[in-house]
Design a protein around this ligand. Structure first.
Ligand code: ADP
Ligand code: MG
Length: 692
């Protein structure tokens, strides 16, 4: 249960004074549902209201706080003019402008002859000082209501900064002095202040450096958040590891047979990764491992070899692909190899129906099928296994921590391997996949030819089409990728269809098209035609992004390449990197091309290193984009900012491991304090694992 000291923070944000029904929705959307969310809504700037000049000396453009006397009201002559109020002090006069303000309320706030303290930006017009809509108009006795240095918060239409300041102050009053959860020595070394003090300092900046992510207060808060994240993931990992798992210790007989049938040797990276997987398979604990390898690095064969370990032990293995096309592709690779060993591999997707399906379900339940290849339908349906001991999830980087846990519940203490071709920067691996062990194939098989990548303006389209024609006449196969932006999917689809039509005029029935709105079966049919060579040019929206394998395709043209993310371009280009022939990728860009876009295309031309590209992409676009989801566990950080706090993340990762080594039950005084930290940052699931 959540510690009692945190109760005041975990009540509805509407319980703060001054929200009311009117603002509840807006504030919730801006900050979050709970009072605690207000704490993480940090200012990004500040307004210094300590400047208190006389009217005569008030500098134009500066925010000033001035004591004035009201002289006269001048109502507007037309609707477009402002309502003017003349004020003075002993140095000069000044005009206050109000647009669309009822004379009544203005008059009430500024009665002629009375004194008021006003604060706002000083302007000048025709030699006369002015102020438009002062931020503050208060009685001299209430001058301290004006915050000397006012934090400036991210806002949304309808919510004022003043209002947020008031709400944040209330929220901060609900923060108690919690016991220190960080290591004393570390806090001392870094010069960190206690949590509560850091929070106050972050919300009440004194100078602009105080709102920088690199300020000591923010560093402390960021570290707290990162430690909560890393500790939560480490706890889940610890739990998975403690779950009893299968001991899949084969003699490697089937593997040796397969390897003898292959035309190549495994790369060192493949061998190393396979050994890492096998160590997990042999251990009596549940395996949950991420296998990362760039496109074409040879993950499929590693998956198959590890599945055969399970089969040799008399159990079943499953591999789950994100699409039907990919599942079928795996079948085509694996089935012939398995057949030579007397191992039965079958396909089960939503499209296997009727009698065939019934038969497969029956044989699966009886254990007559050793390896089943399919889509996620494998796990949601009425599919029963005789003894499923090993699950491979392919290309499924959209799989969250909770889903991984759910999946592991389906099998018979099954070991799980998650494979992804999206090179994920280390920071992301730690935060989004921190619950998993991690293997990386960091080497592609020797002899691969680099892709000749060129950037060409869209105005050269006719030349590109002419070049394409020559290539196709020579017997090559090519992809033509059209951009598809989610929000305006329809118009983009229309654009793609238009391009398809123009290309059809040149290439006739040799052109096919696939897009996201097509039924799986239709897509498959077109893909089949492309694979078999019935069509030689495939116009596609980004649906071809994941894993499709047509070794004969050696040319790719990407229209409006500047609209794609780097990681996406890398994935796309990977489609023509599969053979040993030279291949070409043409990145067509539209004008105007921004600096960033230009440097992105440059990176694509200069390197094929997916990890380097991913790091750059992260710098340019942020983590959520790489994983294609907001719930990547990366964009979720409230305080931490990976462009500044990367090092803190690595430290938090080590710290979390050490904490669990010394105090696996979080029972020590520091452990108890850490529980508060976990709750504070919403990592309730992790703490709850202690009770189950
Ligand atoms: P990915 O990691 O993208 O899934 P694949 O497993 O599909 O890559 O492998 C790409 C191609 O490389 C396949 O045709 C596969 O047979 C081949 N391959 C895999 N490992 C090696 C190797 N060690 N040497 C040469 N070719 C290999
Ligand atoms: Mg693959």
């Amino acid at each position: 249960m959540r510690p009692q000291v945190l109760f005041p923070l975990f009540t509805d944000i509407a319980s703060l004074k001054g929200i009311g029904a009117k603002y509840e929705k807006l504030i919730k959307k801006l900050c979050g549902d709970k009072v605690v969310d207000m704490l993480w809504h940090l200012p990004y700037s500040l307004i210094d209201r300590t400047y208190q000049p006389k009217i005569a000396t008030a500098q134009e453009g500066k925010v000033a706080t001035i004591k004035v006397r009201v002289v006269e009201h001048i109502p507007p002559k037309s609707k477009k003019q402002p309502y003017k109020v003349v004020v003075e002090d002993d140095s000069d006069e000044m005009i206050l402008n109000f647009f669309k303000v009822y004379a009544d309320s203005t008059a009430k706030n500024l009665p002629v002859g009375e004194e008021r303290v006003i604060s706002g930006k000083v302007e000048s017009f025709n030699g006369m000082k002015q102020m438009t809509h002062p931020d503050y108009i208060v009685l001299p006795a209430e001058a301290e209501k004006i915050i000397g240095i006012e934090p400036v918060y991210p806002l949304t239409a309808g919510v004022t900064n003043k209002m947020l300041c008031r709400l944040v102050r209330q929220a901060l009053q609900r923060v108690a002095d919690y016991p220190e959860w960080e290591d004393d020595k570390f806090v001392h070394q870094r010069g960190f202040m206690p949590f509560r003090q850091a929070l106050l300092q972050a919300h009440f900046p004194k100078k602009i450096a105080d709102v920088e992510p690199s300020s000591l207060a923010r560093m402390r808060l960021a570290y707290d958040e990162l430690l909560a994240n890393q500790l939560a993931l480490a706890i889940v990992r610890q739990k998975v590891k403690k779950q009893p798992g299968r001991v899949l210790a084969s003699s490697g007989e089937l593997q040796r047979k397969v390897l003898s049938h292959l035309s190549f040797d495994l790369t060192n990276a493949q061998k190393r990764v396979l050994a890492e997987i096998e160590a997990d398979q042999k251990a009596p604990f549940r395996m949950l491992r991420l296998l990362q390898g760039d496109v074409g690095s040879g993950k499929t064969i590693v998956a198959l070899l590890s599945m055969l370990n399970a089969v040799e032990c008399g159990a079943q293995a499953a591999i789950m692909a994100p699409t039907e096309i990919l599942a079928k592709q795996h079948l085509e690779t694996m089935q012939p190899l398995c057949a030579q060993l007397g191992v039965r591999a079958e396909l089960l997707t939503g499209r296997v129906k009727g009698k065939a399906r019934k038969q497969i379900l029956e044989d699966l339940a009886l254990g007559k099928i050793n390896i089943i290849i399919g889509t996620h339908a494998l796990f949601v349906d009425d599919v029963a296994f005789k003894d499923l001991a090993y699950i491979v999830v392919d290309e499924q980087h959209r799989f969250g921590v909770q889903q991984r846990l759910a999946l592991s519940a389906k099998g018979n203490d099954a070991d799980i391997l998650v494979m992804t071709a999206t090179p994920i920067p280390r920071t992301l691996v730690l935060t989004a996949y921190g619950d998993m062990e991690y293997s990386k194939i960091d080497e592609v098989p020797a002899g691969r030819k680099p892709v000749d990548t060129r950037a060409v303006p869209l105005s050269k389209l006719p030349d590109v089409v002419a070049g394409l024609k020559r290539k196709l006449d020579d017997g090559c196969r090519a992809y033509w990728v059209c951009p598809l932006v989610e929000e305006s999917e329809k118009t983009d689809l229309a654009a793609a269809e238009e391009r398809f039509a123009t290309l059809q005029r040149v290439f006739g029935n040799k052109v096919g098209m696939v897009h996201g709105k097509m039924k799986e079966a239709e897509k498959d049919a077109v893909m089949e035609d492309f694979k078999s060579g019935k069509i030689t040019l495939l116009v596609a929206t980004t649906v071809i992004e994941v894993g499709v394998n047509v070794p004969e395709a050696t040319l790719m043209i990407i229209e409006h390449a500047e609209r794609f993310g780097l990681a996406q371009l890398h994935q796309l280009r990977g489609r023509i990197k599969r053979g040993f022939q030279a291949s070409t990728c043409i990145l067509m860009y539209g004008y105007p091309l921004s600096e960033t876009s230009r440097s992105r295309l440059d990176i694509m031309r200069k390197t094929e290193d997916g990890f380097l590209i991913a790091e750059k992409d992260l710098e340019l676009r942020g983590g959520g984009e790489i994983l294609g989801t907001r719930q990547s566990g990366f964009s979720e950080f409230k305080v931490a900012d990976m462009s500044v706090h990367k090092d803190l993340l690595y430290t938090a990762n080590k710290d979390a491991k050490l904490i669990l080594e010394l105090d696996p039950a979080l029972a020590s005084p520091r452990g108890q304090a850490l529980r508060i930290l976990l709750y504070l940052f919403g990592q309730d699931d992790a703490v709850r694992t202690y009770r189950s």
